[in-house]
Design a protein around this ligand. Structure first.
Ligand SMILES: NC(=O)c1ccc[n+]([C@@H]2O[C@H](COP(=O)([O-])OP(=O)(O)OC[C@H]3O[C@@H](n4cnc5c(N)ncnc54)[C@H](O)[C@@H]3O)[C@@H](O)[C@H]2O)c1
Length: 314
């Protein structure tokens, strides 16, 4: 009896694995250690988990391998977090995103239903909501105008989840994550890019500074994912975000104050892949999962900065 975490070498998956291990769960990780960002970070993430975790290096699209994992480890629950996570990178790589994020997710769902798993959690994204002024975002809205291959591939996986629940009774929860950040976060995301730019006095490439994002601290998010794993509930979609969007200008200003430097801003036009706002209504997560995010942005950025300082002896 074990929980399978796909993408467990990555940022969210690794934090989830650490949390589940602490609770005494058996954890199996499937990750292909792709080189979207520095693979050394993923190797270090896995090393930090210690020996208690079974780690399989392989691809979610390899259905024979996936079957073997379900059989050998008696998987009862799945947190499917593996995937290609960048919106910008998806713009020029549509076929790859369809293959990994949609096709790969369906391979996982199909194995899950054949091995009668109790619960399947799918990592989805706030960006499925596209360009909308209906804020905050609620799950009842039917998002059908994704702005880029990344949200299109994630929305497609949600739709397959519906089919698998309808046909096979697979308990399927899509969690729409909103801008997850924290110590050891993804190097391609704003929180670490801004720190790096400020520390090294390099320019920050900035879209419209009034774009607003809803930053969700990693520990809060992981608590939400753990709660979702524990509550199989048919087919459902649940927003998972802090619920308080902040402009990119204010975000950078918070770091400027923390680090004591002024950013060199280099404005570039906002690409068509970027929505004006991401804004989470998290009522459903609160009701169904007891989700209760506690870390406001200033505190979360402070913790991220402290982590960065200790890693770089600053
Ligand atoms: N971080 C966020 O703000 C955010 C927001 C919304 C949704 N998400 C979703 O949450 C999930 C985790 O995101 P993250 O920030 O931890 O990203 P991440 O890139 O750190 O982790 C994803 C992991 O998946 C692995 N992977 C990629 N393709 C694979 C494949 N074909 N087979 C096996 N493993 C593969 C990668 O090696 C990586 O370790 C992703 O599905 C992402 O789309 C993240």
């Amino acid at each position: 009896m074990a929980i399978l975490i796909t993408g467990g070498a990555g940022f969210i998956g690794n934090n989830l694995a650490a949390s589940l291990l602490k609770r005494g769960e058996s954890v199996v990780i499937l990750d292909n250690f792709d080189d979207y960002y520095d693979v050394a970070i993923k190797r270090a993430n896995i090393a930090a988990l210690g020996d208690a975790t079974a780690v399989v290096e392989g691809d979610i699209r390899n259905s024979a391998l996936v079957d073997r994992i379900f059989q050998e480890h008696k998987i009862t629950r799945v947190a499917h977090l593996a995937g290609l996570a960048g919106v910008r990178y998806s713009v020029e790589n549509g076929p790859l995103y369809a293959d990994v994020n949609t096709h790969g997710s369906v391979v996982m769902m199909d194995a899950a239903r054949r091995y009668n798993v109790e619960n399947f959690i799918q990592a989805s994204t706030s960006s499925v909501y596209g360009q909308t002024d209906r804020v905050p975002f609620v799950e009842e809205d039917a998002p059908d105008q994704p702005l880029a291959p990344y949200p299109a591939s994630k929305r497609s996986a949600e739709l397959y989840g519906y089919s698998y629940n309808n046909l096979f009774g697979l308990n399927f929860t899509a969690l729409r994550f909103f801008n997850v950040y924290g110590p050891n976060g993804r190097p391609d995301m704003m929180p670490l890019k801004v720190i790096e730019a400020l520390v090294h006095d390099k320019p920050i490439t900035l879209y419209d500074g009034e774009l607003r994002r809803d930053w969700t601290y990693i520990d809060d998010l992981v608590n939400g994912v753990v709660a979702a794993l524990e509550r199989p509930n048919g087919y459902q979609i649940i927003n998972m975000g802090y619920g308080s969007p902040v402009s990119l200008n204010d975000f950078i200003h918070t770091y400027e104050t923390l680090i004591g430097k002024t950013a060199i801003r280099q404005s570039v036009p906002t690409p068509a892949s970027e929505p004006r706002i991401l804004y989470c209504n998290n009522s459903r997560a609160r009701e169904r999962l007891g989700f209760d995010p506690k870390v406001p942005l200033e505190e979360g950025l402070k913790r991220t900065w402290m982590w960065y300082k200790s890693c770089h002896n600053l």
